[in-house]
Write a protein that binds this ligand. Structure first.
Ligand code: GDP
Ligand code: MG
Length: 299
């Protein structure tokens, strides 16, 4: 077999397990996973290289019905990811009862783009086997998928089959990236995403998804010494700020220490992390601010 190289987008509704899949395939915490939806904000590339192939995965934020500007931009990012890719992985959640209606919009997008696609039914560890047959049949009627594969991204079940199936769809080509290059997303961006993940994780439903994180200082030492990171957490209301700070700053301390542990896994050296919290009303509908967060164009 000649070497194959290609771009593959991973598309699906929020929370179906797209980032978990990409993480599992690469064996690193690159895309950010969360028990709550919409943590991955913009498209992220993750690169899987072997002697035989190089797959450049594009992990998209989920497609959902936009409620505000941020939602629109996330949906746009997912749609745009279909341009220029060689193949599509469409993922749905086996445990989700609203399977069809909400997913149809996505299969329509894939049909419009006319790309070769495989469908993954994820989280099979959490449903009885009998439930899968009906789903496979439904999916087969939606689009001419090259394969429909039940998987568990979390338990890493079925992933070899996924890779084989995808590689078949890729064109022959040389490597585009160095072997040890895993992502085109900077540690800086990943750090911001990790901090955001911890806020969502620890504040539960008290603070909405409208929290932005801006890295204001990122200084690496040359000799493997500590990385210094200062970040500002933006929230929409004073009440959210109080929750994020917690009693005597306890919540912020917890967010900071857990984020620091995860960032250290990626940098491979000690991290000094300083967090600040600021209120910035209505930032989700502010184009300039969204642009600074890596979305869309400034106008
Ligand atoms: P994304 O929004 O599509 O990127 O979804 P994530 O990868 O962030 O995953 C959302 C949630 O689903 C997380 O809590 C994951 O741990 C969970 N999850 C992902 N894959 C599986 C799976 O195969 N089985 C189970 N039971 N949970 C999963
Ligand atoms: Mg994700």
């Amino acid at each position: 077999m000649n070497h194959k190289t290609g771009f593959v987008t991973v598309i699906g509704r929020p929370n179906v397990g797209k980032s978990t899949l990409v993480n599992a395939l690469l064996g690193e915490k690159i895309a950010i996973t969360s028990p709550r939806p919409q943590t991955t904000r913009s498209n992220m590339r993750a690169i899987l290289s072997t002697d035989d192939y190089q797959i450049i995965f594009i992990d998209t934020p989920g497609i959902y019905s936009p409620k505000n500007k941020l939602g629109e931009l996330m949906t746009e990012a997912a749609k745009k990811s279909l341009d220029g890719v060689d193949a599509v992985i469409y993922m749905c959640d086996a445990t989700d009862r609203t399977f069809l209606s909400a997913d149809r919009k996505i299969t329509e997008l894939i049909r419009e783009a006319g790309k070769p696609a495989i469908a993954l039914i994820n989280k099979i560890d959490a449903v009885p086997k009998e439930a899968l047959l009906e789903r496979i049949a439904t999916l087969a009627g939606e689009y001419d998928f090259k394969d429909i594969i039940p998987v568990s991204a979390l338990k890493e079940d079925g992933l070899d089959i996924v890779v084989d199936s995808i590689v078949k769809l890729l064109p022959e080509g040389e490597e585009l990236y160095d072997r040890d290059y895993l992502t085109d997303t900077s540690v800086r961006d990943i750090a911001a995403d990790i901090i955001r993940e911890k806020i969502l994780l620890f504040t539960k439903d008290e603070v909405p998804h409208g929290t932005g994180v801006e890295i204001i200082r990122f200084i690496e030492s040359e000799d493997g010494g500590p990385v210094h990171i200062d970040a500002t957490i933006y929230c929409e209301k004073n009440s959210h700020k109080s929750i994020i700070l917690g009693k005597d700053g306890a919540m912020l301390g917890k967010i900071g220490s857990r984020a620091r542990e995860d960032i250290q896994k990626i940098t491979g050296c000690p991290v000094n992390l300083k967090l600040f919290v600021k209120v910035r009303e209505n930032w989700r509908n502010n184009n300039g601010f969204l642009h600074d967060q890596g979305f869309g164009d400034k106008d």
